[in-house]
Design a protein around this ligand. Structure first.
Ligand code: C5P
Length: 314
């Protein structure tokens, strides 16, 4: 029986700006997304039944149809019913390293890996773009997670333009194990507080969408200027998450005391990251943070930026 093992990297947001409302109820965003080496391992295999099964070694990850990996198989079965009846059900095993509810796209990258794996297992021959189009039906971050690397993301987050690789840079991720933030809550709260500043006309939205391509952080990435990138990190969702989660604010302020390129919250949080120019600098930041906040609930990863999304595990 054929099985595929895949590596599903987490993502961070180097830039997240909320521009306005969309007719579909989502927000119009201007983002720069970045893959990191911290990754889950996913295996997809035919299970000889007609069912979809999900197993995960993390107690907070549901194994039922609410899991985005489950939804990814269901979507493939629905789109390719002949392949589903030919090859039968699929068992997905998720070996989780990416923290859950963290703002690191853990669920989205698992779904992306399932789409890539099932495409191979069923011999569908879908292109990366076709897989990304299917991924957009599952979640706004899924298309990025398929291709990964460094990219501008607009629309809901699904319209992607690749940027030059930043894979010589490193990053420290820090998250309190017991804290998680609901993405739905973060965006809803932002809308309640800031919708008066949203761009609402089509021309204004299109102008802003175009402008992100010549934004300062995009220029800094093109020049591979880590110092400038660090100063230009931005995340609008900090405005609602930080006041609600004082421990995240304290974590962010503590990370800022150390020598790094820049510090920011990722996505809807509560993970905070510090960008570093070398592995040695990332390791120094990790140990300084551990010494300053010796709380066993605080998890810290020193990892690196990478230039790829889903890959086959060797
Ligand atoms: O697309 P995804 O299911 O990952 O998004 C989770 C939630 O985040 C959405 O239900 C929505 O509340 C919010 N969101 C948004 N605008 C976006 C992306 C996400 O409002 N562009």
């Amino acid at each position: 029986m054929q099985a595929y093992s895949l590596i599903a990297p987490a993502k961070i947001n180097l830039y997240l700006e909320i521009i306005g409302d969309r007719p579909d109820g989502y927000h119009e965003l201007a983002m720069v997304l970045q893959s990191v080496a911290l990754a889950d391992h996913i295996t997809v295999r035919a299970n000889g039944t007609e069912r979809i099964q999900v197993h995960c070694n993390h107690s907070e990850v549901p194994a039922d149809q609410t899991n985005l990996a489950y939804k990814a198989v269901a979507l493939m079965a629905n789109q390719f019913p002949d392949a589903f009846s030919q090859f039968g059900g699929v068992e997905v095993t998720i070996d989780k390293s990416i923290p859950v509810g963290a703002g690191l796209a853990g669920g989205s990258t698992n779904a992306a890996a399932v789409l890539v794996g099932v495409n191979l297992m069923w011999g569908l021959g879908l292109t990366q773009v076709e897989i990304q189009e299917l991924g957009a039906k599952l979640g706004s971050d899924v298309p990025f997670c398929v291709a990964g690397g460094t990219a501008i993301a607009t629309g809901r987050g699904e319209k992607l333009s690749p940027l030059p690789s930043l894979d010589s840079l490193h990053v420290v991720l820090a998250k309190y194990r017991s804290l998680s933030v609901s993405t739905v809550w973060a965006y809803k709260t932002y809308r309640n507080q800031f919708s008066s500043s949203y761009i609402s006309d089509d021309a204004g939205l299109e102008e802003r969408r175009q402008r992100v391509h010549s934004g300062a952080i995009v220029g800094a990435i093109a020049q591979h200027d880590g110092g400038a990138i660090g100063k230009l990190l931005h995340n609008d969702l900090e405005k609602v998450v930080l006041p609600e989660y004082p421990k995240v604010t304290q974590l962010r302020e503590t990370l800022q005391l150390f020598n790094s390129l820049g510090v920011m919250m990722s996505g809807s949080g509560p993970t905070v990251f510090a960008l570093a120019e070398s592995q040695a600098q990332a390791e120094a930041i990790s140990s300084q943070l551990r010494a300053a906040l010796p709380d066993p609930d605080l998890e810290i990863w020193a990892t690196k930026l990478i230039a790829n999304g889903i890959q086959l595990a060797h």
